[in-house]
Design a protein around this ligand. Sequence first.
Ligand code: G3I
Length: 325
Amino acid sequence: GDSLYKAMLSRGRTFAGTALTLRDEPAEPKIVHQEFNSFTPENAMKWESTEPSRNSFTFTDADRYAKYAKDNKLQIHCHTLVWHSQLPAWVANGGFDNKTLIAIMENHIKVLAARYKNVCTRWDVVNEALEEDGTYRKSVWYNTIGDAFLPIAFKFAAKYTDKKTKLFYNDYNLEYNGTKTDGAARIVKLVKSYGIKIDGVGYQAHLATEATPTSPGAAPNTSVLEAALRKTADLGVDVAYTEIDLRMNTPATAAKLAVQARFYESVAKSCLNVKRCVGMTVWGISDKYSWIPGVFAGEGAALVWDENYNKKPAYAGLLKGILKK
Ligand code: G3I
């Protein structure tokens, strides 16, 4: 039958993935097996989940994902090492000086990278360091260390991960080819300017199919998406869509789902049109568990399978975008 990852491999790309939360939902492993050769742990490898207090690591949950990947021969897009969110208060509000915070960062990266050395195909090394206008987000990382926190994080990641592991910068709203996309290009150049390894940029692609209270309008068209991908790919790094979902004002209607299918096709097509776009990950399997309705009230229906695990028109759109030349 149809398979998203087989379609991607047939076009010379390396993965189709989903965000994964292991839960008691028998439909999910079946879909993963059929459709995906990669997953991103939705929460399990984040700082608050792995180092809730200083130098005290908890890997019970994250280890389940590493085992699931091994048992099922799946890639893991490991997520994420340095981020301002889901960062425990002991780091975010600890009042550490520059030197101490760098040491804390190094220890975290070292321990995580070592534990999952053979299971992480890619790592999101730094996540969401940019404001919408492309300037740096005023996080504890930036406020304490300055923009040097980016090359420093990549330096540690390169030091402690396997040579084969691809190191990514990951962010949302890079898809519009605007000032925030320029910011991502600036980050790639900054890291490279020190001769430090950075392999890719993840375009999260949390987009909408129409104007919603939290989106000024529908997702960009294929040519804008493509130009946005090229802005960093042209600097000599891989690019990927890492957290795709296309939300709408709910409830969904047949007409809205048809529009959504065209947007999924367009996102896929933009990736296939860019040689260095290595893969795509959707941010979850079923609308039943998507993060969107809980955070953006009145919005949702953003994924490719509905609440009952039936394929939505989006599935055919996605496949068409991958396969159509
Ligand atoms: O595990 C606790 C549970 O014990 C508690 O009872 C419950 C009550 O709220 O919360 C549970 O934690 C939640 C966690 O997901 C696991 O379900 C958190 O509240 C909730 O905030 C968290 O949301 C995650 C969100 O990141 C946090 O920022 C979403 O699942 C996850 O999909 C989302 O993913 C992010 C990416 O990492 C980065 N890019 C944006 C993307 C969407 O926001």
